[in-house]
Design a protein around this ligand. Structure first.
Ligand SMILES: Nc1ncnc2c1ncn2[C@@H]1O[C@H](COP(=O)(O)OP(=O)(O)OP(=O)(O)O)[C@@H](O)[C@H]1O
Ligand SMILES: [Mg+2]
Length: 379
């Protein structure tokens, strides 16, 4: 039901100065506990617990459960992973939030306070009183162009004089639900952060060239174009790991549980456990979902490239789905950009014997690592 390596770190941990990042996904909760030591982020423990069993469904399935049930799973995970930190940071699902860049007239901060909530009505599909609103003025681009930039001065000159503002809205419902989760699990939440910002912190090093981050989750695949550290464009596809397992289960006439296990263990790699036809059938089933997702990825690459006149040269894959064995080769042949599988644990210090396992599970922990890193930087 859960895996954790908390015991490995026993005796090395304290509660002072330790922070825990919590990513509540639709299929599982992920936690990462870090501590700052001599300027590095020391990995103290981490763990994951599937939510399926809390809704009487299989591991790997996505669930819709009340906050009290989420808290129950979180308490179990904290125990199993031996999390000792009391200060937590929690991610807000991208699906419960809205991120968009809006062009506004160049006015001072005080006037923005008045203008933004009025402007926000055009973009937010629910009453503004139902959301928490925040914004951030996008710094103007400097002249330093990266190797990938294709600067088109004729377009630049025509741009109206104004300012770009990144508008961020979080639905009140999710904040209320998470307050119940934290109250029921005995954790103090220092801050909530939309998952995209956490994942960026944990996986993207400084650089100005635009890149595309793809979070292959269980229920959805999320795409974020990030340029100069700023989210310029987002896109969500309602296909993810669960769909992949379902297709495999249907194709092979297997139970969901078996399909989930086979997907994680061998993925797109041939196995001697199956005949040649079976191997081919497994690959074809898994690829049918992937092909759909990757064609959307290429569409986003192309449309942002055209819109901004820049080449998006790199794709970073995160989320549990990015751990699919054999994925990188398929991604490299299908996507029109360089492909990298995220390993957020490179930002943390851990015993060397864990390197392989952390690399393997890394993509799924991008959000939780990013949350913990932010908390460490602030304390
Ligand atoms: N080794 C693996 N190979 C292939 N798929 C995997 C592997 N490990 C996990 N997954 C898949 O990744 C998905 C879970 O990823 P993740 O934990 O990022 O999702 P989530 O955060 O719960 O979902 P969402 O972000 O959509 O709410 C599941 O569909 C699971 O089957
Ligand atoms: Mg997720």
């Amino acid at each position: 039901m859960a895996f954790s390596f908390g015991k490995l770190f026993e005796g090395m941990k304290g509660t002072e100065g330790s922070v825990v990042g919590i990513d509540i996904g639709t299929s599982s909760i992920k936690v990462v506990q870090l501590r700052a030591s001599r300027g590095v982020a020391v990995l103290e423990t981490y763990g994951e617990i599937a939510l399926g069993p809390y809704a009487q469904v299989a591991i790997g399935k996505t669930v819709k459960i009340p906050p009290e049930k989420i808290a129950e799973a979180l308490v179990d995970l904290i125990k199993e992973a031996n999390v000792t930190a009391h200060q937590a940071s929690v991610s807000i699902p991208f699906s419960s939030s809205l991120l968009t860049i809006v062009d506004l007239p160049k006015v001072d901060a005080e006037s923005l306070k008045r203008i933004v909530p009025i402007e926000a009505r055009k973009y937010i599909p629910v009453p503004v009183s139902d959301v928490v609103l925040d914004w951030f003025v996008v710094p103007e681009a400097t002249e330093e162009a990266s190797a990938f930039d294709v600067v088109d001065d004729s377009k630049k000159a025509k741009k109206p004089k104004g300012q770009e503002v990144l508008l961020v809205a979080i639905h009140n419902d999710i904040l209320r639900a998470y307050q119940t989760v934290s109250a029921n699990s005995g954790l103090t939440v220092d801050f909530y952060e939309i998952e995209v910002f956490s994942a960026i912190r944990a996986t993207i090093d400084h650089g100005i060239a635009p890149l595309l981050m793809v979070d292959l989750g269980a229920s959805t695949s999320k795409m974020y174009i990030v340029e100069r550290g700023i989210v310029r464009l987002t896109h969500i596809v309602t296909a993810g790991g669960q769909h992949m397992t379902e297709t495999l289960a249907n194709t092979m006439s297997w139970e969901f549980e078996k399909a989930e296990r086979v997907k994680r263990e061998r993925g797109l790699i041939d196995s001697t456990a199956y005949s040649r036809t079976e191997n081919d059938d497994i690959k074809t089933a898994l690829l049918s979902t992937l092909t759909r997702i990757f064609s959307e990825v290429n569409r986003v690459l192309l449309s942002y490239g055209e819109r901004s006149n820049k080449n998006v040269a790199r794709v970073i894959l995160t989320g549990g789905g990015a751990s699919l064995p054999g994925l990188v080769d398929v991604a490299r042949t299908s996507l029109s950009a360089e492909v990298v599988i995220a390993n957020p644990f490179t930002h943390t210090e851990a015993p060397a014997f864990l390197d392989d396992v952390l690399k393997q599970i890394g993509p799924g922990f991008a959000v939780s690592v990013g949350l913990a890193l932010r908390k460490l930087k602030h304390s």
